[in-house]
Structure formats: C-alpha cells, structure tokens
Design a protein around this ligand. Structure first.
Ligand code: AMP
Length: 157
C-alpha cells in the first residue's frame, strides 16, 4: 500500500511517542458519553467499570476514570487515586464472583507497551494456577455471557 506523505507523518508521530492530543472519539470516551453500550458493573462520580468485550479470562473487567487522559502520565492525581480505589473495590467483587484464586491487574501505557485504547484503564483479570490467559484483545465474547458475568460481579459488590 502506498501511503501519502501526511499519513507517513502521522504514523511517525505515534511511533516517536510524542505526546498527542487526547482523542475524544476513542471507544472508552464514547462509552463514558453513553454513545456506545457497555456491560457496566460499577460507577461513581470519578470512575466507571465494565466488562472487557474480548476477555482474556472469564470476569475480565476494565475500570476507567471519568477524565480525559491517554495514560498514567496524563492523569490528574485525584482521578488516579479514585481509579485505584474503584479498582480495589471491583477487584474484590471479581475475585468473589469468579472464586478466583489470583487476580492480575494490568495498565498499559503507549502503543509500545501494547496499549490499544487510548483512554487510561485498569484491567482486572481473574487467574488460576496452570490456566493460561487468552490473547489480548483478540476474541469477542458472546454478549449474553458478558451480561451474565456483569450481573455476577454486581451481585458480589
Ligand atoms: P489495552 O490494550 O490495554 O488498551 O486494552 C484495551 C482493552 O479494551 C482490550 O482488552 C479490549 O479487549 C478492550 N475493548 C476494546 N473495545 C471495547 C469495548 N467496546 N468494550 C469493552 N472493552 C473493549
């Protein structure tokens, strides 16, 4: 594929990891504005938690701040602390709902780290010994399953 000079410039901007303006049309910004549906499990004035639609394990949940930040470096400290508080609360419910012996928390910053959605988020993923994770952001889960999992987590909150 031939790329125009402008397109090459844009790709290079991202590759060089220069700070870029927050994209108000990223999918999580749309979820926050209610323009795209999500399987919500928890909400407060500063955060929202919902099911990952391509879970790496059953119960994979995301927590996002209601603040326009691509990554941890851009996040207002008050929202960073609200994000951790909400993550702790939702993680306890995920652990209970899925009887998870372990929990993995992950937060990726920048394309080079594997970030694919550029609104900061925490991943909460149940783990069991000897059970491998599915690949990251690869396989869409059945919406009925996600709905049921969201209900299980809400009941455990
Ligand atoms: P990251 O690669 O850390 O940016 O993670 C982004 C996560 O968002 C991936 O695990 C995706 O499966 C998940 N994801 C992408 N689109 C949606 C969506 N519309 N609703 C819920 N999760 C999503």
């Amino acid at each position: 594929m031939r790329r125009s000079g402008r397109m090459r410039e844009k790709i290079n901007e991202r590759k060089n990891s220069e700070p870029m303006a927050y994209d108000k049309n990223n999918i999580f910004a749309k979820i926050l504005r209610g323009e795209v549906p999500s399987f919500k499990v928890y909400e407060d004035d500063k955060t929202l938690a919902f099911m990952d639609v391509m879970p790496q394990a059953p119960g994979h949940t995301l927590v996002i701040p209601k603040f326009e930040a691509e990554n941890i470096l851009d996040l207002d400290p008050d929202y960073a602390s609200a994000l951790i508080r909400a993550t702790q609360k939702v993680a306890a419910a995920v652990k209970k709902a899925f009887s998870a012996p372990g929990l993995m928390l992950a937060q990726l910053n920048g394309e080079a780290a594997g970030q694919t959605v550029f609104h900061i988020h925490m991943h909460i993923i149940p783990r069991s010994s000897g059970v491998d994770l599915k690949l990251h952001a690869r396989e869409m889960e059945d919406f009925e399953v996600l709905k049921k999992h969201a209900e299980m987590i809400k009941a455990a909150l």
